[in-house]
Write a protein that binds this ligand. Sequence first.
Ligand code: NAP
Ligand code: GDP
Length: 321
Amino acid sequence: MKKVLVTGGSGLVGKALEAIIKEQAPSDEQWYFAGSKDADLTNLAATQTLFQREQPTHVIHLAAMVGGLFHNMNNNLDFLRNNLLINDHVLQTAHEQGCVKVVSCLSTCIFPDKTSYPIDETMVHNGPPHPSNYGYSYAKRLIDVQNHAYHDKYGRQYTSVIPCNIFGPHDNYKPEVSHVIPGMINRMHKLINEEPELPESEKVFTVFGSGKPLRQFIYSLDLAELMIWVLRNYESVEPIILSVDEAQEVTIYEVAEAIAKAFNFKGKLVCDTSKADGQFKKTASNAKLRSLLPNYTFTDFEKAIKTSVDWYKDNYDQARK
Ligand code: NAP
Ligand code: GDP
C-alpha cells in the first residue's frame, strides 16, 4: 500500500490532483491532501508532526510561497526564505521518515534569464534568473541540488517536475498575489459587474504591460494527470519539464482575448505599458516528456479558459480573492 502525502494540497494544483484521484480511486494507494492548516511547513516541528501523523511512503511536494510577477518583484526576500525553509523541512523529514519517493515542483520561471531557446532540463543552473523573481528561483533551484545530494549520500529517488505557467479552478485570485490568468479573471469579472448602468461596449479592460510577452500555459487538471504519472512511473532524480508544446505558446494579449471571449465581454482591451512585462519569454521544450509519453493530449487552451472562468463565476463566494 502506498500512502501519498500532498503538501500544498489546498492550492491550485493540489485541488486538481484531488479531483483526478477521486475519479481514479486506485485500491493500492491512499492519499492525504495537506494545507497550511494541517501544518505550517516553515516550522520544522510542525512538519515532523504532520509526517508522523500521516506516515507517508510517497510525497508530492507542492507547498510553496507562490505568486505572480508583481508579488515576486516586491517580496524576493520572503520568497527566498519561506521556500528555503519549507523545502528543507519537507525533504529532510521525508528522508528521516523513510519516504521512498518525493516529487517536488520547480517552475519554468526559474531558468536563466539570458539563455538559448527552447529551454530544457539541463539548463536549470546555467545562469542568473530574471531579476524580478530571483528569491523564488534560487529557492526552487536548490530543490534540484538537494535531490541530487540525497541521491548521492543515501540513494534516495527524490525528483522534481518543472511546470510552465498553470491555471484552472481553485486558483489564487487575490489581485496583489495572483498570476496573470486568475488576476485577469478577477479584474474582468469585477469590471463587468460594476457600474451596471454603463453599457459594456464602453468599458475598458487593462492588460498590464505591453501584452507582448510569451507564455506556455498548462491546465491544472492536465498537470495533475502528468504528476500522478511521474509519481508512478518516472524513475530519475533529474527534473522533467511538464509543459504544453512550444507551438502552444501564446502572448499575454491573446490570454486577455481568450478570457474576454469566455466572459463574452463586449468592451475594449488596452495595454498599460507603464506596468512591468517581466521575462519576455521562457519557451520550454517538452521533448523529454514527449519521448516518454508521446500520445498525451493537452486540453485545448480556450476550452480550459472557459471552464476556469465558469468555475470562478459559479464559486465566486468561496474563491481566494
Ligand atoms: P497555490 O495555489 O498558491 O497553493 C500553494 C499551496 O501551498 C497551498 O496549499 C498553501 O496552503 C500551501 N502553503 C503555502 N505556504 C505554506 C506553509 N508555510 N505551510 C504549509 N503549506 C503552505 O500554488 P499552486 O499554484 O498550486 O502551486 C503549486 C506548486 O506549483 C508550487 O510549488 C509552485 O511553486 C509550483 N508552480 C506553480 C505555477 C503556477 O503558475 N501557479 C507554475 C509553476 C510551478 P493554504 O492555501 O492552505 O494556506
Ligand atoms: P510570470 O509568468 O512568472 O511572469 O508571472 P505572471 O503570471 O504574473 O505573468 C506576468 C505577465 O502577465 C507580465 O507580462 C504582466 O505584465 C502580464 N499581466 C497582464 N495583466 C496581468 C495581471 O492582471 N496580473 C499579472 N500577474 N500579470 C499580468
